[in-house]
Ligand binder design. Structure first.
Ligand SMILES: [Zn+2]
Ligand SMILES: [Zn+2]
Length: 131
């Protein structure tokens, strides 16, 4: 990662450095499509490389609620708090299915923190729940 912005990270199909990104979703790890100024399709791109770089440091930074360390939202092994109404099915497998109207909150933890923190609970659940 360079901070001076001189090293192009994306290239257009013509081989030139591409600074116009389309359908780029950093949160979901979607690299998107990149074009140089000449070949960029219309309409205008959502974010240019420069804008993405400007946004990265603070916009994607959170604190893990379990370990207290920094979280970069572009990491893949993350859990976000979600709540909502869950449809309960009776007379079937008994499992919990789709969450209707999920409400996400801006609360984040590392995947490994979840696994470490809730290992004990998972064991208990196994003891009393499924066999
Ligand atoms: Zn091009
Ligand atoms: Zn953590």
């Amino acid at each position: 990662m360079t901070s001076d912005g001189m090293t192009p990270e994306h290239f257009c199909h013509c081989g030139k450095p591409a600074s116009f990104g389309y359908r780029v979703r950093l949160l979901n790890d979607i690299p998107g499509e990149w074009y140089c100024r000449e070949h960029r399709p219309n309409p205008a791109p959502v974010l240019t490389v420069e804008e993405l770089k400007l946004e990265t440091p603070e916009k994607f930074k959170r604190k893990c609620e379990l370990c207290g360390n920094d979280i970069d939202l572009r990491e893949s092994d993350l859990h976000q708090w979600m709540s909502g109404w869950v449809k309960i099915r009776r007379n079937e497998s008994g499992g919990v299915h789709n969450i209707a109207l999920p409400m996400t909150e801006d609360r984040w933890v590392h995947g490994y923190c979840i696994r470490r923190e809730y290992k004990g609970y998972a064991k208990q659940f196994d003891m009393f729940g499924s066999k």
